[in-house]
Design a protein around this ligand. Structure first.
Ligand SMILES: *[C@@H]1O[C@H](CO)[C@@H](O)[C@H](O)[C@H]1NC(C)=O
Ligand SMILES: *[C@@H]1O[C@H](CO)[C@@H](O)[C@H](O)[C@H]1NC(C)=O
Ligand SMILES: *[C@@H]1O[C@H](CO)[C@@H](O)[C@H](O)[C@H]1NC(C)=O
Ligand SMILES: *[C@@H]1O[C@H](CO)[C@@H](O)[C@H](O)[C@H]1NC(C)=O
Ligand SMILES: *[C@@H]1O[C@H](CO)[C@@H](O)[C@H](O)[C@H]1NC(C)=O
Length: 437
């Protein structure tokens, strides 16, 4: 055999092999480059953005940036025609931005890849050679890679960051948490998380709980939470049918509901967001209206709370950051700035003086009738004596103060004080570390 023939044969075998291996047809592959003019309309976080062709009203993929040259590939909700702010409801690469000339591509192997101009892969679906035949943004905002049977090989609904769209769920064995964004300009993980645990839903500031669901069904030791789904139920109210938005919790023993007590119009274009401030809010979008496509349906930590329903709402004082670095909160307001010499008027500058680590360098001052944000939903330790609670804090350089309930002899150690709530209960004591001058 001549060498030229074997070369031809080689190419023939190589080509036919690569064609049979290519499962996304050439017409369905794409590569979009992050370059060109920016869009002109307002969107959340006031970024610059470049819309990409994949669009299923009202959802569109875009590159956006809130600082120079650091781009997120995000899914935007809202259209130009609304003349309402457009919001970011999913993102590929939080904390790992790409630059100018980055590419977003679906190769013939079925892998969806976000890469920098120099080829560095920032994010990918790891779906090469897994039977992917096509890409789509569905009408509910789910971005999917489908196989030839129509099943989802990958879906964006399985990788939420701070937002759950209608139909998207947290579930045990799947995504179990939402993590807040650090700030409008800095798209990295923030300090808050909303976590689905085997027995409850919890809201955390770092590792400190500031709210937990109280589903009596889950007190049964045989019952575990399987998943939580934000979903619409048809509800009859005074002989009219409405859609009400609920978080449905499925557990091994049946169903429990976290019913947000909302009766509204068809709101399947809704999302739940864990905000930068650690609050949970539910937004709803209406098509074909101008200037006011969005309604804020629900705010979890709110001034107007429904009495005795801590499972569906809480007071603003329960938000760790309500009074900033330090402050006393009462009836949703920051009412005081405690200090060793008494309580002064609150301002944003209210803070604690950092105590030195060494023993003898600090003392404690007492506040009566005050709780830390973590006291309400975590049991603390105990029964313990107050002096043991204090010595635990004294030995721990990170401890900024401790909280003690004299009626039940329970103890909480706090590495950050932030918002303290006035509870008008003289058995609830706070001891704040302060340097000895
Ligand atoms: C986005 O990045 C570009 C440079 O790539 C910069 O000119 C622009 O100011 C940035 N936009 C924002 C909102 O920071
Ligand atoms: C849990 O399951 C065990 C074994 O099936 C049963 O004996 C027990 O009564 C159950 N406990 C509750 C609280 O239902
Ligand atoms: C949640 O769990 C229930 C029961 O296991 C299941 O029927 C339902 O499909 C699940 N929902 C989601 C969105 O995973
Ligand atoms: C609710 O809205 C969705 C999305 O716009 C639509 O598909 C559905 O038909 C609507 N349902 C009703 C009962 O109007
Ligand atoms: C103080 O709090 C305890 C629970 O820690 C409660 O049992 C008691 O009734 C409260 N007292 C008042 C006056 O609110």
């Amino acid at each position: 055999m001549s060498s030229s023939l074997s070369l031809i044969l080689f190419f023939f075998i190589f080509r036919s092999f690569s064609i049979s291996d290519a499962i996304v047809s050439p017409a369905d592959t794409f590569q979009y480059v992050n370059q060109g003019n920016f869009g002109e309309f307002d969107s959340e976080y006031a970024p610059n953005y470049r819309p990409l062709p994949p669009f299923t009203s009202p959802f569109q993929l875009c590159f956006y940036n809130t600082t120079a040259g650091a781009y997120t590939l995000g899914l935007r909700m809202g259209t130009r025609r609304d003349e309402s702010i457009m919001r970011w409801v999913w993102e590929a690469n939080r904390g790992n931005p790409v630059g100018e000339d980055a590419t977003f591509s679906l190769g013939s192997d079925g892998n969806l890849v976000l890469a920098d101009g120099d080829g560095r892969i920032a994010w990918q679906t790891n779906t090469a050679n897994k039977g992917v035949v096509g890409f789509a943004i569905l009408s509910n905002g789910n971005i999917v890679l489908r196989d030839s049977k129509g099943s989802f090989v990958w879906q964006s609904f399985d990788s939420p960051t701070d937002t759950l769209l209608f139909g998207q769920s947290l579930k045990i064995g799947g995504p179990t948490k939402l993590v807040s964004r650090a700030s409008t300009t800095n798209n990295v993980n923030g300090v808050y998380s909303f976590v689905l645990e085997p027995k409850r839903l919890g809201l955390y500031y770092k590792n400190m709980l500031y709210w937990a669901s109280t589903f009596t069904e889950l007190n049964n030791p045989n019952v575990t939470l399987v998943n939580a789904t934000l979903e619409i139920q048809e509800t009859e109210y005074e002989e009219n049918y409405f859609n009400s938005l609920q978080c449905r919790l499925s557990n091994s023993g049946g169903q429990a509901y976290l019913d947000f007590n909302l009766l509204r119009y068809n709101s399947t274009l809704s999302y739940l967001r864990l905000g930068i401030d650690g609050n949970l809010r539910l937004y709803s979008y209406r098509r074909n209206v101008r200037f006011s496509s969005w309604s804020l349906l629900f705010t979890f930590f709110d001034r107007t709370v429904i009495p005795n329903r801590r499972d569906i709402n809480e007071d603003e004082c329960q938000l760790p950051d309500r009074c900033g670095k330090f402050g006393l909160c009462e009836d949703n307001q920051c009412v005081g700035c405690p200090s060793p010499t008494g309580v002064f008027a609150w301002s944003k500058d209210c803070n604690v003086k950092s105590p030195p680590c060494k023993a003898g360098g600090f003392r404690y001052y007492q506040l009566k009738g005050v709780d830390h944000f973590t006291v309400k939903y975590s049991p603390g330790t105990g029964p313990v004596k107050q002096k043991d609670c204090e010595s635990k804090c004294s030995k721990d350089c990170k401890c900024m103060g401790y909280f003690y309930h004299t009626d039940r002899s329970r103890c909480w150690i706090a590495n950050e004080l932030k918002t303290l709530t006035r509870v008008g209960n003289s058995t609830h004591l706070a001891y704040v570390k302060t340097p000895i001058q």
